[in-house]
Structure formats: C-alpha cells, structure tokens
Design a protein around this ligand. Structure first.
Ligand code: AVJ
Length: 321
C-alpha cells in the first residue's frame, strides 16, 4: 500500500542518519530530530524561560516595528514562512500586513502538528488566508513562488534565528538557495540572535530548571522509542559549550561512563568512552554587520535592520538584487 511506503520512509532515513552520525569520530545527531512532539513542546517551554531571551526578543522586535517593516516591503506580496513554529511571533507582522493588503500566508513546516498549531493561532486575523505546506523549506518555497501573480512579490520569513543551526558556510549556501527561488525585488526578513557575553549564552542553553537538558535528552528517548535503542538516560548528561572559532553554542550529550549502546532498527552497537560526547545542536551567533555581509555575498542587500536591546537580536530586511 502506498501509505505504508510513505510512512516507512522517514524511519529509514532517521535510522540511516543516526547510523552515520554515530560512526563519526566526533559523534553527532542532527538537530532537526530534536523536534518531535515532545521536543517541540519542550522548546515552547524553553522560549518562556528567564535564561532564554531569544524568542521573546524576536517577538518584541516584530511587535514594536511591525508597521515600519511593512512600510518598507514591496507590496503587493505573498508571504512564505520557513518553520512557522507556533506562529505566535508572526502574528504582529501579519496583522500589520493584512491591514494594508489582503494577504496570502504560506507557512512551510515538515511537522503537521506545528502547521495545525500555526493555523489555529493565526486563523482569526482579518484579510488573511492561510495555506500551509507540509514540505522541506526549499521545496515549499518553490511552490509558494509558483503561486505568485503578475506584479506580486514574495516575502520569505525566516525568524527565530533558525539559520543559527547551520554552520556559517551552510548558512550562506542556504541563503543562496533561497535567493535562487526569488526574483529581484523579492524580500526576506531574517531573524538572528546576536553575539553576547559567553556566561549569558551558556545559561540560555543550560537553564536552572533543566528544561534544555530534557529537550536535549529527548533525542535519546526518541531513538529508544522509534529505533529500538537502549540508551540509559541516567548515563548521559547535558552540556552547553561556547565554540569561539565557530561563534556558536553547542549542545552535547556526555557519556558519564564507558558503555555500549545498541540501536536495533539502525543495526548498530556504539561504544562510548567515559566523557565522550554526542554533538546534537549548534546555535551560531552573529554581529549586525556580519548579517549585511552575508546578504551581500548571497545576492541580497540589507534594506533595514531592527534590534532588541534587552536581549541583543536583529531582524534584517534583505532585498533580492
Ligand atoms: C529554535 C534553533 C533557534 O538554537 O537557540 C533552544 C533551539 N536549542 N535551546 C536555538 C534551542 C536549545 C533554538 N532555535
């Protein structure tokens, strides 16, 4: 049956990527796998923790400057959001935009749960139609771009510093790929977390309540459940580190003793030395000048930037050249 083939596929891919990542000298698991239903719910909790100011800063900048941002956009336009999440922070911008033009909003998300949540959160805004795409970012963006009518521009929203999960070269490549789906005059609003003192960054990724630790360890729980693994949670601890060369905060899971873990559905047994880590996520931090440089290198120019000063964060409006 077709449906079983489709649902079987993601598991095979997950298994293959786990097998590959755990065979590397620095063991690694891809951060996109942190976001199952439990992981997404834990991230929602992280976003209200006092130590983690990022999400609130993003929302504040959008809320405070929504009308000014909209004034600088080339209307009429279609909106595509990459990784809509709950849709909460997008609300202000969409309200301001829908005030000016009837707006078609297309959230793009691989998680159907997140898509449904976003539709529920934003469904009440007047003059806004929501059509979501359950796709990878670039595939979804191509579909949205194909829907544009004559004279209509596309606005890509890439908020929440999601770009920070890419290392710098991959982030640039991603911006180039987005640019390739756009035409001159199209726009992207890019949210990025800015560099700040290291102790503040480390607290943000290692909170007192242990929510980030749970978010990180959930990846092992997920492997146990979905791939028949036997990770013993008590034998791994959460660690946040600042990498000064990459200018990123890295999350790791550290094995507290020598041990062997079996993951049946991936067909592997993996040895861990005491103290050895699995690298699960990187969150890169930027300067405001660097973002405009990245824009320039990828076929955009920086039209304007808005900042939060309580938790240094930037919203940059990039226009395709
Ligand atoms: C949602 C990717 C922006 O990197 O700060 C939060 C995820 N990880 N705490 C980030 C996250 C640990 C977050 N992003």
């Amino acid at each position: 049956m077709v449906t079983s083939a489709i649902t079987a596929q993601p598991d095979l891919e997950f298994a293959a990527e786990v097998r590959e990542g755990l065979a590397k000298p620095q063991k690694e698991l891809l951060s996109k796998y942190l976001y199952d239903d439990v992981g997404s719910a834990l991230f929602e909790v992280i976003s209200v923790l006092p130590e983690y100011g990022l999400t609130r800063a993003d929302e504040r900048v959008l809320q405070r400057n929504a009308f000014e941002i909209v004034e600088k956009l080339p209307l009429p336009m279609l909106v595509a959001e990459l990784g809509s999440g709950s849709g909460k922070k997008t609300r202000w911008l969409l309200k301001a935009l829908a005030h000016r033009q009837h707006t078609a909003y297309h959230p793009i998300e691989i998680s159907p749960t997140a898509l449904a949540m976003c539709k529920r959160e934003l469904g009440d805004i007047d003059s806004l139609s929501i059509v979501g795409f359950e796709r990878e970012y670039l595939d979804g963006l191509e579909e949205v771009a194909a829907r544009r009518k004559k004279g209509q521009h596309v606005l890509v929203l890439f908020l929440g510093s999601t770009i920070g999960n890419f290392d710098r070269p991959a982030g640039l490549q991603f911006l180039r790929n987005i640019r390739a789906t756009l035409v001159p005059g199209d726009a992207m609003l890019l949210g990025t977390d800015l560099l700040k003192p290291v102790p503040q960054l480390l607290n943000a990724y290692d909170d007192a309540l242990g929510v980030t630790a749970a978010f990180n360890k959930n990846l092992l729980v997920r492997i146990n459940r979905e791939l028949a693994g036997n990770f013993s949670l008590g034998d791994f601890e959460h660690e946040a580190r600042f990498n000064p060369w990459a200018r990123s905060v890295e999350m790791h899971l550290r094995s507290t003793r020598p041990q062997t873990v079996t993951i049946a559905a991936a067909g592997i047994s993996v040895r861990f030395a005491e103290g050895e880590t699995i690298w699960t996520e990187s969150s890169h931090k930027y300067t405001k000048e660097e973002i405009c440089g990245m824009a320039k290198d990828t076929g955009f120019h920086c039209r304007a930037q808005w900042f939060d000063h309580e938790w240094p964060f930037a919203e940059s409006l990039l226009i395709a050249e």
